[in-house]
Design a protein around this ligand. Sequence first.
Ligand code: 9MR
Length: 353
Amino acid sequence: MSRITRRDALAGTASLALAWPSAGLAQVGRPAIPFGSAAQIEPFRADPRYREALKTYCNVIVPMNDLKWEALRHDRSRFDFSGADELVAFARGNKQALRGHALLWGMALPPWAKEMSTKAEAERELISHIETVVDRYKGVIPTWDVVNEVIAHDPTLEEPYRDTIWQRLLGPEHIEIAFRTAAQIDPEARLVINDYDFEDTDPRIVRRRAAALSIIRDLRDKGIPVHGLGMQAHLYGERAIDTPGLQHFMQDLGTLGVDVEITELDVIDWKLPAVARERDSTAANLVSTFLNAVVPARQPKAIVTWGLSDRYSWIGETFARKDSAKARPLPLDEDYRPKPMMKVLDRYRLGTS
Ligand code: 9MR
């Protein structure tokens, strides 16, 4: 499979996205942090206002689903890059940076991949998948979520890994294989371990932070390049942010020399009051508390929300409210009007204080 070239993407408009583009007007005191959103191919194709919002607010774009195995590998015998290529071309045309999500995940697999049955088969498929995908976007997608959600939901020190087909067939080595392969194909790429549930005070969350650190330390000890931890940050409206715990976590990541990125920010508002104004203000405060805990302790390489407008989000389906009110997890409302959450993000996006 050939590599995507400048010409393929969008004639003459894009510069190589090896570095983050300028993130806006930095003002004294607080530098701007590259801000962006995941982009879903269906509204991207159908809704011009969606595309406009991506252009207006983002300097980073993440194909939400189109780089997953389910999209790329529907047929075992050929890769389908059509959706990913469309989003990549859009980002490059607008001089936006890209993040790739995700080279390995236990979910969003095509049926044939769920049926793999031997170690050799899993290893062969994993390596050739990563080789093909990273090579195609080499020099174009500078940052990859190499592994997504490999930490157990409730890990122990003995059993930190999530039970997936990769873990069942390859054991913990699946993580090493993924990182090693990505690094071999694109030695310049920033390689990230991406996961959820790091933010609150629950003992399970404390164990998850410890598991992340131990997995990263283990990779580092083996000389495997891991550059960043992606914190998804699907924040629960009803849970309190653990500011000291997060600050400590940032320090520990710093000691390991690992950067942090916020990769899927949104607010799970299923248990918040129905009144939109109240919900929006609680969500904005939560995002503000979270960013205040993280950013001064370790400035993220990027802040990415999992969508921009409440019109399109996974939250309403996955976390259904008891009343029938629509979920309001994102910084723009259904009509693309900025909500209080966007004001909070503006401080980081634009570097204002
Ligand atoms: O938002 C994504 C949704 O549209 C997909 O159907 C789903 C399965 O591919 O994945 C969702 O995104 C997930 C992300 O890839 C990893 N972290 C959790 C996100 C929400 O489920």
